[in-house]
Write a protein that binds this ligand. Structure first.
Ligand SMILES: Cc1cc2nc3c(=O)[nH]c(=O)nc-3n(C[C@H](O)[C@H](O)[C@H](O)COP(=O)(O)OP(=O)(O)OC[C@H]3O[C@@H](n4cnc5c(N)ncnc54)[C@H](O)[C@@H]3O)c2cc1C
Length: 308
């Protein structure tokens, strides 16, 4: 029986592991992999204490920091997917995809979020065959080509900005008339002659033979269907929390985020805390995820000792 199992090895989960081990809670961290979402970033400029760091180096540093505490108070279980969480009378049980079960007094859910997938005819079929969810990872493969970016938030505009450095043209397609991105980002990019914008568009279909060759959308104002030739589609339409296993166990909001008390990060169920991007916290960043996790560990430490 562990005192605490941490689910997820991003900034939140790793931060929690370091703090829990230092407080000598009998802890395990279970994760698919260490690093979290920004692992794909070319450069991160706001990870405090490092003016510039690549996503992969950040991931490797996080893992290194957890490994430093691996021992009697921290077990590291990597390469495992959590599939089920169940609340028993006096403890919590965790199941993983490989069929293992772990028992613990408390858990901290730090499983973050994943990219929301494009819902359009053939979108699945062309994933990695022209449809991609990461401009910084896959962008250079589309140098000198005409590409599309789907999504009018900061992520969409930032991806477009990156792609404009080497693509022939970048057209950003957005479902409404108003962009959700910061005004300063939008203004900067609109001046670029290689950049075009299509608003009020509903994506209908992606076509091609082996690889993407076109995208068809409906103009929501005129109702007309239009087809654009393209070889690359970069999707930036938001995130969905990785919380399927927590549904029916703790209270979650309408988009699947775990509802927590912002003072302590505790969920609706005693013994279950959550931190980082999987929660209903208003803002999500690497530093915030770690802060949430540290706050949770302070609370978990007191709770575990009270419930000995
Ligand atoms: C492309 C990109 C760039 C970004 N750039 C920045 C930036 O420059 N600065 C910044 O502050 N923020 C940035 N962010 C946001 C930042 O990455 C997130 O806020 C942060 O990663 C959240 O951390 P987290 O630990 O809550 O979750 P995540 O980073 O999502 O980590 C979740 C962890 O849980 C694991 N996991 C998920 N589900 C399961 C499961 N069922 N079983 C086992 N393990 C599981 C995952 O493998 C992962 O290790 C960026 C995000 C993206 C997508």
């Amino acid at each position: 029986m562990y005192d605490l199992i941490i689910l997820g090895g991003g900034p939140a989960g790793t931060g929690a592991a370091v703090y829990a081990a230092r407080k000598q809670l009998k802890t395990a961290i279970i994760t698919n992999e260490f690093g979290g979402q920004s692992i794909v970033s070319e450069t991160i400029y706001n990870w405090i204490g490092t003016p510039e760091i690549s996503g992969s180096e950040l991931a490797s540093n996080l893992k290194k920091h957890a490994l430093y505490y691996k021992g009697p108070f921290l077990e590291m279980i990597e390469g495992e997917k959590i599939t089920e969480v169940s609340k028993k009378e006096n403890h919590i049980s965790i199941k993983t995809e490989s069929g293992k079960t772990y028992e613990t007094k408390a858990i901290l859910i730090a499983t973050g979020s994943s990219r929301r997938k494009l819902e359009a005819i053939n979108a699945d079929k062309f994933e990695h065959k022209g449809i991609t969810y990461c401009a910084s990872c896959d962008g250079p493969m589309f140098a000198d080509q005409d590409v599309l970016v789907i999504g009018g938030g900061n992520a969409g505009f930032e991806s477009a900005l990156q792609l404009l450095a080497y693509c022939k043209s970048v057209t950003l397609i957005h479902r409404s008339a108003e962009f959700r991105a910061d005004e300063i980002t939008v203004k900067k990019i609109l001046e670029n002659p290689k950049f075009k914008v299509i608003t009020n568009a509903e994506i209908i279909r992606v076509d091609g033979e082996q690889f993407v060759s076109s995208l068809t959308y409906k103009d929501k104002i005129s109702g007309e269907e239009k087809t654009i030739s393209t070889t690359g589609i970069f999707v930036e339409i938001g995130q969905t929390p990785n919380t399927d296993f927590a549904k029916g166990i703790v209270n979650i909001n309408e988009i699947g985020k775990i509802i927590v008390d912002p003072m302590t990060q505790m969920s609706s169920v005693p013994g279950i805390w959550a931190a980082g991007d999987c929660t209903n916290g208003k803002y999500h960043q690497n530093n915030i995820a770690v802060g949430d996790a540290v706050k949770a560990i302070e609370d978990i430490y007191i709770w575990v000792h009270k419930n000995k």
